[in-house]
Design a protein around this ligand. Structure first.
Ligand code: EPU
Length: 457
């Protein structure tokens, strides 16, 4: 298994481009099952989750090719509609094939996605949506079996205890495009990835209005055609690299920055003292070029994660690393996934002072972190630990970076180009920790306590 070895304290400078969004590409890839025509997707990131989704599409009869950021898909065999456990267990987004398979073929059999490292992730709202469209749902041997003749448009409420559901909205919207009549989704997810999916589906001939707001109306059509669609830039990657610039007191220019999708995160960055400057508007009004700089001590703040356009839960962990470097106590309230705090204990190994009370964490900003060996446990927690390592004094080893590879394409190479000292190594090559024995003199001199951040960052 690979690890990252990071020498902290280097200021990041330079220019980079934000890649396509994994969380937009996954349900869009699933939606290619809605047509018998070829589909071309551009600006697709080459992450392991994308490769897993291509494996799933192939297993249900789609021919796929991938290269240079472009994916071509073409369904050539509609006889197999089973999403096997081996693929689904690696990636929860596999559930987004349920709606397209059901709507196009009248049957979908998908392994039930299990829990996740940061808590329960139910799919009751997805299933409720399919039933409202007329599907019959049964559970057998850990598989969801959904069947229908032709789906029938309906009014569907998708609000749950934590707000709406992003992939649930994608699933129901994708199914409803081939339903007979009109479907209205109330309390739909407003995330930009839903807008991207609706744009792609409308390009195939669907009739969707209102995506991006809480009420989406879909007028069903009999069939969909071919489309070439460019995937939106990844707002979470954009936010992560903006934080990388801020946490190293760096100066980084980010091209294809999805400005409109990141207003809540930018508001928090500015509140704590990070400079964000819109350089030039790009041709796409949703994107622009942004310069992120930070040369001064950061201030504490409060963050509450919320559905879009609120502060994204997928940036919570990365902000926590940044707030460790601020002055004063910050409060983070996680309202989407109350257990999404696997990074807290690992940050503690780096000298962070964080107290957790249920879904709320108090981060005592000390302006300092110290390198340590830490373990990645999920995608965004991994990004948090890499950011912490960039700012920490000394060497940080982040183990199990395969979690990171699910959502960041060769992150170490991007960071190297910006001036970071970060290497990918086989974990077996890293010597185990030396056996520290502090003498009485060293203890008296304070050895083993956290070290102040270097002036560079
Ligand atoms: N929920 C239910 N019932 C459901 C579905 C969800 O109660 O049927 C609850 C969840 O437990 C959670 C909340 O609703 O508390 C929101 O979950 P949602 O369904 O919106 O999450 P998701 O669609 O499964 C996507 C992203 C996640 C991101 C969430 C929230 C993809 C592939 N995944 O998941 O991304 O955290 O939306 O914004 O789009 C990540 O990229 O690291 C990641 C986890």
């Amino acid at each position: 298994m690979d690890s990252f070895v990071i020498q902290g304290g280097r200021r990041l400078t330079g220019r980079m481009q934000i890649e396509g969004a994994k969380n937009a590409a996954l349900p869009i890839l699933a939606a290619t099952l809605l047509t018998d025509e070829p589909v071309i997707l551009q600006n697709v990131p080459e992450h392991s989750d994308i490769r897993n989704m291509l494996g799933l599409l192939q297993s249900v009869g789609s021919e796929t090719t991938m290269g240079g950021g472009e994916i071509k898909t073409h369904v050539t065999d509609s006889s197999r509609s089973v999403g096997q456990y081996d693929i689904v267990k690696t990636m929860r987004a596999s559930i987004s094939t349920l709606g397209p398979l059901l709507a196009k073929r009248g049957v979908a059999v998908i392994s039930m996605p299990g829990g996740c490292s940061f808590g329960d992730r139910p799919i009751d709202l997805h299933l409720r949506g399919m039933e409202a469209l007329g599907a019959k749902i049964a559970m057998r041997n850990g598989y969801i079996t959904a069947t229908c003749d032709r789906l029938q448009g309906a009014t569907i409420f998708l609000g749950g205890p934590f707000g709406s559901t992003v992939l649930g909205t994608a699933n129901v919207m994708s199914a409803a495009v081939l339903a007979r009549g009109i479907t209205t989704i109330e309390s739909a997810a407003c995330e930009p990835e839903i807008v991207d999916l609706a744009t792609m589906l409308n390009g195939m001939g669907a009739r969707i209005r209102g995506a991006g707001g809480p009420r989406i109306t879909i007028e069903g059509v009999d069939q969909l055609g071919s489309v070439t669609h460019r995937i939106m830039p990844d707002r979470i990657i954009a936010g992560t690299y903006a934080i990388a610039a801020a946490i190293t007191n760096g100066d980084v220019i980010l091209d294809e920055f999805p400005w409109d999708s990141l207003l809540a995160a930018m508001d928090r960055l500015r509140t704590i003292g990070v400079h964000i400057h819109r350089v030039t508007p790009d041709p796409d009004p949703r994107c622009c070029t942004v310069q992120v700089t930070s040369e001064r001590r950061l201030r504490a703040t409060q963050i509450t994660t919320q559905p879009h356009p609120g502060f994204a839960t997928d940036l919570q962990a990365q902000f926590m690393a940044l707030l460790c470097m601020a002055e004063g106590n910050s409060i983070i309230n996680e309202k989407i996934y109350p257990e999404r705090f696997l990074h807290v204990a690992e940050l503690g190994r780096m000298g962070a002072r964080i107290t957790r009370h249920g879904s709320v964490c108090v981060v005592e900003g000390t302006g300092q972190l110290v390198g340590a060996r830490v373990m990645a446990s999920d995608l965004r927690a991994s990004a948090c630990l890499v950011l912490a390592g960039l700012a920490a004094q000394g060497e940080t080893v982040v183990d199990r970076v395969y979690h990171l590879d699910r959502g960041y394409f060769k992150m170490e190479e991007t960071l190297q180009r910006l001036g970071a000292s970060i290497e990918r190594v086989d974990a077996k090559e890293i010597p185990s920790d030396p056996n520290f024995e502090l003498s009485a003199t060293e203890i008296a001199a304070g050895a083993g306590t956290v070290i102040k951040q270097s002036p560079d960052c």
